[in-house]
Design a protein around this ligand. Structure first.
Ligand SMILES: NC(=O)c1ccc[n+]([C@@H]2O[C@H](COP(=O)([O-])OP(=O)(O)OC[C@H]3O[C@@H](n4cnc5c(N)ncnc54)[C@H](O)[C@@H]3O)[C@@H](O)[C@H]2O)c1
Length: 371
């Protein structure tokens, strides 16, 4: 019989819902030695937290995260709160000896990210950052193809994450548009996903040249207007340690692009393209084929031997965005079971944060910035 591990989830919003779903499903599809017990969900508002507990399947609700972290029946703390709270909550959870899952980005600044990574190191707990796009089967398959050497020498990487959620100037201000809560705008919110995938698929970045823009500088807020203090739109060039070049874009102002998280990787042996809006597919150009036969072809990533696929449905049945979180929680539980450190962990989060910081510094100075 599986041993139960007590889970506390901080945050009842968008990610609170996505992670709750993953905790509820994980043992149904990936039966293992550890079974999460959804003990308590925590928000700021008591009634909302109670409603979330009821709807998402938690035993209890609370509105004081320090009390929740201190509970003896909690083994895992899962942090799904706004970015400025992550580091403080990680430090408290680590001091209480809890294993920790944290939403991306690890923190609102590099200094806070380092503080979080130091705290988990000192406590010796396991930690994972929710860069869930590593858990799309097609993305994990891309990584395998790169590891097998199918792409040869990589020359160029493009990581692009475009949304259009802020095009309406009357969309009210939220924590995501305020530097003290978010750290940065499109850059840290969606650009961080593109950076994490690039580091995972193509290795370290040495230097960057960035350009950040805020198009709508004031937004409605509580009957008046208030200043937007983060970027709406972020672009940067990058040099990778392996000699390849990178182009990155993250924007919330690309009308018609609802959630387009894409990458292109061009190598001497072949090239790969991925688009989250068609997440069960990987486009592959094989340069080892005779020239007369070459061309990009679409591989459906729905075979038993593709990463994560066998755990779900019979071959050929499509998976969706929500499965990435369940796959990630499974990986985390497997690491607890086998006493391994999960990936991406908070050290990967510090690396991403260093790049976000360098892009911001470069955009301000107008010069290239070493990472
Ligand atoms: N991995 C992804 O794809 C992805 C997608 C969206 C958001 N995120 C990240 O998830 C985190 C949360 O984002 P969201 O979209 O769920 O935000 P949200 O605004 O929908 O929800 C945030 C929640 O945090 C909670 N909260 C706020 N202050 C709190 C406090 N002091 N104590 C306890 N709880 C508090 C509230 O319950 C609130 O509902 C952010 O770090 C964000 O960057 C990740």
């Amino acid at each position: 019989m599986a041993a139960s591990v007590g889970v506390a989830l901080l945050g009842t919003g968008f990610m609170g819902k996505a992670h709750s779903n993953a905790f509820r499903q994980v043992s149904r599809f990936f039966p293992g030695k550890l079974e999460p017990r959804m003990r308590v969900i925590c928000g700021t508002n008591e009634a909302k937290a109670r409603a979330a507990a009821e709807q998402y399947g938690w035993e209890e609700a609370d509105n004081e995260w320090r009390r929740v972290i201190g509970r003896k029946d909690i083994d895992i703390v899962d942090i799904c709160t706004p970015n400025h709270l992550h580091a403080e909550q990680v430090v408290a959870a680590a001091a209480a000896g809890k294993h920790i899952i944290c939403e991306k980005p690890l923190a609102a600044s590099l200094a806070e990210a380092r503080m979080a990574a130091d705290a988990v190191d000192r406590a010796g707990v396991k930690h994972m950052l929710m860069f869930n796009y590593r858990r799309v089967p097609a993305v994990a398959r891309a990584r395998q193809m790169i590891e097998f050497g199918r792409l040869g020498r990589i020359y160029h990487y493009r990581g692009v994450y475009l949304q259009d959620g802020l095009v309406d100037p009357l969309r009210p201000l939220s924590w995501r548009m305020q530097k003290q809560f978010a750290g940065s705008g499109a850059l840290g919110d969606i650009g961080s996903h593109a950076v994490d995938l690039a580091l995972w698929l193509n290795g370290e970045i040495e230097s960057v040249s960035g350009m950040l823009t805020t198009f709508i500088k004031e937004r409605p807020s509580g009957g008046a207007t208030a200043e937007v203090t983060v970027d709406d739109d972020a672009h940067f060039l990058a040099r990778f340690r392996n000699g390849s070049t990178g182009v990155f874009s993250a924007s919330r102002f690309c009308t018609g692009r609802r959630n387009a998280n894409t990458f292109d990787i061009y190598g001497s042996g072949g090239s790969l393209r991925f688009d989250l809006e068609r997440l069960n597919e990987l486009e592959w150009y094989d340069r080892t084929e005779p020239a007369v036969d070459r061309g990009f072809r679409t591989i459906p990533i729905l075979e038993r031997d593709h990463p994560y696929v066998a755990a779900w449905w019979p071959v050929g049945h499509a998976l969706g965005w929500e499965h990435t979180f369940t796959n990630a929680i499974h990986d985390f539980l497997a690491c607890l079971e086998q006493d391994r450190m999960p990936e991406p962990n908070f050290h990967d989060g510090v690396k991403v944060q260093a790049i976000l910081d360098a892009v911001q510094a470069s955009s301000q100075s107008g010069t290239w910035q070493a990472v």
